[in-house]
Design a protein around this ligand. Structure first.
Ligand code: IPT
Length: 977
């Protein structure tokens, strides 16, 4: 790098292109306006292969590439939309809130990867000669300078916002050249510190839009609904006068003219859209009109007069190969997955999504909190000093972002709240944004979490608040200023879905449904941002040699990166299901063990938990299972209850007598007909009720232990005479079983480094629970039992678990009773408490009678149904992007694997894997897990809850596994049938 000098002045650094570090939003672009995909005016997509050249700094190359006649010899090619770092040029960087460059606003590093893009295009032969043409960029990260046919059009920042240029005067029929220079870092980067991969590039569509004479400019569809009268009022304000046509409602009025008439309202549950058109002299623009009124009334967010309960998720845009360049199929996949999992709301964290996503939300029905492209979280490192959100020099940029968000998306009925941004502190810029938005759009409410006094917001919003505080807020016992006390509450982020978890969702949902003020929340977050990677399976922060990074904190979604639902999503679906079926009990522990109250007469109470729809779209079915097998099923007649209504419905007489076996009713609510988002028969809600638990296994101790030289035999069991360890059950070779308390800490066990509460993962390790020593103290052969006494404890500590294994047999079966007595002063709960045993690698097929089909832990098992399940060892694994404890099936009475039958007394947690817990613990990526020559089986009496401490509260006290005297039994037998 050379320093320019001039006579008499000291050397000064070169000034990078001024616009890159300019706090203003850019220059040369057209004012923001409503976005629409298509009208009858012509358009031309410029997506496709573009010539591409990457330079290491903003000023490495001059701008001669933008001049007429430039030949991009030796350039590479990239796909637009796309990020160059996802296409082999440079690499992604992941940081949570730390800026990956020195904080010196608005300056950015000299190392500023800059991508020059060139696109040649001809106009279609019939491209109209009259009127103008606009060039639209839907998203470029983070700063662009644009030339067409050698003419400098201008610059812009605001990565996830549209920017348009008037280009008609520059176009020619053939040989047009569009040149775009994109800088990874700009002043705008300070406003985009959004806990995601930093991914430069032209990552959304580039389109030429013909603007015929008399074409539409901006327009605002106002469509409200009066729920008392059942009347909608439509008024379309348009910069260009014209007519508004809605054939389905016989509407044909001038723009600006209100018309009131009976309509069906739009809600997320009933997304009724009316097709219409805005007709100006030169253009017909399709309209999709949804009538709905959003208001704050009686301290509640109401839509069409009804308070809504948000069952939401935070959605970042993500694709494991394309980053944030999402194709329409992926957007649709997200919406369908949400609808099928009972999700009714999306917060577009932390920027406006591709506009096509909002079209899908309108069509399929999702409430949207549309968030502005703004976050300055890194300033928290300096106690928010110099925060752009409170610095008037940045206010124009903030207002530009607010305007581009609102103007683009204002015609979507699904958008019910505008969000100012995320984690941007508080300040004058935010207040200015809120004021601007309120003046522009009175039909929606304003959200922002960072302002706990709610000066700028219409809703009190928090993130990761623990259950106890949420309950206080629900009871209006949380204090706060007068304004806040009158506002409804939402958790804009909760249930941090990083790795195994989140735990505690059901406990939150009970609060949301108990207190009116609590209007629900948005789980963090929708999808893991893992990057498909040959080395690792999926890569996360640090895998690209970043100098600063936040590891797998970027993988904290309900979907794995390839959009496979994680157990967290299955749990969330169950927790938020819109129909409740109760059998007189009030609480469901994991493993599908909801028990009917004593003396229950077979009546279930059905409650409609929808906000707007009755139950007529659902069909109800009962089934009766004995030991997990269906013994009968049939339809259940449930009245078409209105929202909030309850009915008692009697189940039929049990079809069979369970005779000592376990018996359960299952009631399902399924779609009665096909919908646009799921077929007929799709399960919306279900409940299981236990009427009889299986009789515990009984083994009459009748066989005596027979001591030999090296081994002791007891019934089918062969034991090591010295250590008392079981070696075989009949012909099945076994390693162990012995006490095991270790689990590979989950992300939620490990917690976040800023958490002030005890973080169990690191404390467990410090105590040495991952390296427990087993000391055999005695092997005692009695008349009808073999007793092995041991002490299990970590080096360097005086705490331990006195453990007695007592074996008995009736000649064919072997019963193990484990008694555990803690010694010393334990200050931590245990990760797990049970036994671990090894089986030959040929063990593959697994069946179990208990909770399934997926995993479940004490505070995550709502979605586990009791049944007779079948799987393989491989399929039992939940492939968290960073390997950790997973795969336990709760409430298991019986499991069969590798020729061994295992019955529990009481029911146990069952886990089987082809690697040890220690190997699971050591692995950093999926690809590190390699099958060994043993299948390791854990049979657990207890498991510590999961919680959400990777960013929120830990497991609630009732889900913690405190060391206490415990006794539990298993019965082992060789499967011979
Ligand atoms: C919160 C952020 O708002 C969100 O973007 C994400 O980073 C989340 O945390 C963690 O995954 S902020 C946190 C400090 C509570």
């Amino acid at each position: 790098m050379s320093f320019r000098t001039s006579p008499g002045t000291p050397a000064s650094p070169p000034s990078p292109a001024d616009y890159v570090e300019d706090v203003s939003p850019g220059g040369g672009v057209l004012p923001p306006r409503a976005w629409y995909a298509a009208s009858d005016a012509r358009s031309l997509s410029l997506n496709g292969r573009w010539d591409f050249r990457l330079s290491p700094a903003a000023d490495t190359e001059d701008d001669s590439f933008a001049a007429e006649g430039y030949e991009p010899g030796g350039w590479a090619e990239v796909q637009v939309p796309g990020h160059w770092v996802m296409q082999g040029h440079g690499s992604p960087i992941y940081t949570n809130h730390l800026y990956p460059f020195p904080v010196d606003p608005p300056r950015v590093p000299a190392e500023n990867p800059t991508g020059d893009h060139l696109r040649r295009f001809d106009l279609p032969p019939d491209w109209p000669a009259d009127g103008g043409t606009v060039l639209r960029f839907d998203g470029v990260e983070s700063c662009a300078r644009v030339w067409l046919n050698g003419t400098d059009l201008g610059t812009f920042q605001g990565s996830r916002l549209p920017h348009e240029f008037a280009v008609g005067h520059l176009l020619r029929p053939d040989g047009n050249v569009l040149a775009v220079r994109v800088h990874q870092w700009s002043a705008g980067s300070y406003l985009e510190d959004q806990d995601q991969w930093w991914l430069p590039g032209i990552f959304r569509d580039v389109t030429l839009l013909h603007r015929p004479p008399g074409s539409a400019l901006d327009f605002f569809v106002h469509a409200s609904y009066d729920h008392r009268e059942g009347l909608g009022t439509l008024r379309v304000d348009s910069d260009v006068d014209g007519r508004v046509l809605v054939p389905g409602l016989d509407i044909d009025v001038a723009t600006g003219t209100p018309v009131t008439l009976p309509v069906l309202p739009w809600t997320a549950e009933t997304p009724r859209l009316y097709d219409g058109e805005l007709v100006t002299e030169g253009e017909r623009v399709p309209l999709r009109i949804g009538f709905r009124t959003v208001e704050l009334h009686d301290g509640l967010i109401k839509v069409n007069g009804t308070a809504v309960l948000f069952k939401g998720v935070n959605r970042h845009e993500w694709h494991p190969e394309k980053g944030r360049a999402l194709d329409p199929e992926t957007m649709l996949a997200d919406v369908l997955l949400m609808k099928r999992h009972n999700i009714n709301a999306v917060r577009t964290s932390h920027y406006p999504p591709h506009p096509a996503f909002l079209d899908l939300c309108d069509t399929y029905g999702l409430w949207v909190v549309d968030e502005c492209d703004l976050e300055t979280h890194g300033f928290t490192e300096q106690a928010w000093r110099d925060n752009p959100a409170d610095d008037p020099r940045w206010t124009p940029a903030l207002l530009d972002r607010a305007a581009r968000t609102v103007e683009r998306d204002k015609n979507h009925p699904s958008v019910v709240l505008w969000s100012l941004g995320n984690e941007a502190g508080t300040g004058r810029g935010l207040t200015a944004m809120a004021e601007w938005i309120r003046a522009r759009d009175t039909s929606r409410l304003v959200h922002y979490e960072g302002d706990h006094d709610c000066r700028d917001t219409d809703v009190y919003s928090r993130m990761y608040t623990d259950h106890a505080e949420v309950e206080r807020i629900g009871r209006h016992q949380d204090g706060g200023g007068l304004k806040r006390r009158r506002l409804p509450f939402i958790l804009c982020e909760y249930g941090h879905a990083m790795g195994n978890g989140p735990g505690g969702l059901a406990d939150y949902q009970r609060l949301f449904t108990s207190y009116d003020r609590l209007q629900g929340g948005f789980v963090w977050e929708w999808i893991d941002h893992g990057i498909a990677d040959e080395r690792h399976g999926f890569a996360y922060g640090g895998d690209f040699g970043e100098e600063l990074h936040d590891g797998n904190f970027v993988c904290d979604g309900l979907l794995f990166p390839d959009r496979t639902p994680s157990p967290g999503l299955v749990e969330y679906k169950k927790v938020i299901e819109p129909v409740r079926v109760d059998g007189g009990d009030s609480f469901s522990p994991p493993g599908g063990r909801r028990e009917a109250a004593a003396g229950w007469d077979g009546t279930v109470r059905v409650t409609n938990g929808y906000d707007f729809t009755d139950l007529s779209h659902l069909a109800f079915e009962w089934s009766y299972q004995v030991d997990g097998r269906s013994a009968g099923s049939g339809p259940l007649v449930v009245p078409a209850l209105a929202p909030g209504e309850t009915a008692d419905v009697k189940l039929p007489a049990p079809p069979v007598d369970p005779r000592g076996a376990g018996a359960r009713w299952t009631v399902r609510a399924v779609l009665a007909d096909d919908t646009v988002w799921a077929p007929r028969g799709h399960v919306v809600a279900w409940t299981q009720l236990s009427v009889a638990e299986p009789a515990p296994p009984s083994v009459t101790a009748s066989a005596p232990p027979v001591p030999g030289e090296r081994v002791i035999t007891l019934g089918p069991g062969t034991f090591d005479a010295r250590t008392g360890a079981l070696l075989a059950v009949g012909g099945v070779e076994v390693t162990g079983p012995r006490l095991d308390v270790w689990r590979a800490p989950t992300d939620n066990d490990n917690g976040a480094h800023w958490q002030s509460d005890a973080r169990h993962g690191p404390l467990w390790r410090a105590l040495g629970l991952h390296r427990m020593r087993h000391r055999p103290d005695a092997v005692e052969a009695g008349d009808d039992s073999l007793t092995v006494r041991t002490r299990v404890a970590p080096a360097a500590r005086d705490v331990g678990l006195r453990t007695v294994y007592r074996w008995t047999s009736d000649g064919t079966r072997l019963r193990l009773t484990v008694s555990v007595t803690p010694e010393g002063r334990w200050t931590l709960p245990l990760p797990r408490l049970g036994v671990r045993l090894g089986l030959a690698a040929s063990a593959d097929r697994v069946t179990w009678l208990g909770g399934g089909p997926g995993e479940g832990y004490p505070d995550t098992g709502s979605a586990c149904a009791y049944g007779l399940w079948e799987s393989t060892v491989d399929a039992l694994q939940t492939p968290y992007v960073r390997p950790q404890e997973n795969g336990a099936r709760p409430g298991v009475h019986r499991a069969e694997i590798g020729g061994l039958r295992i019955e529990g007394d009481p029911a146990f947690w069952f886990t089987a894997r082809r690697w040890t817990t220690e190997q699971l613990d050591a692995a950093e990526h999926r690809a590190d897990l390699l099958p060994g020559d043993t299948v390791w089986v854990n049979l657990d009496h207890g498991q510590q809850g999961i919680g959400s401490q990777s960013c929120g509260p830990g497991a609630l006290p009732r889900y913690r596994l405190w060391p206490a005297p415990a006794e539990f039994s298993f019965v082992f037998s060789e499967i011979t049938d």
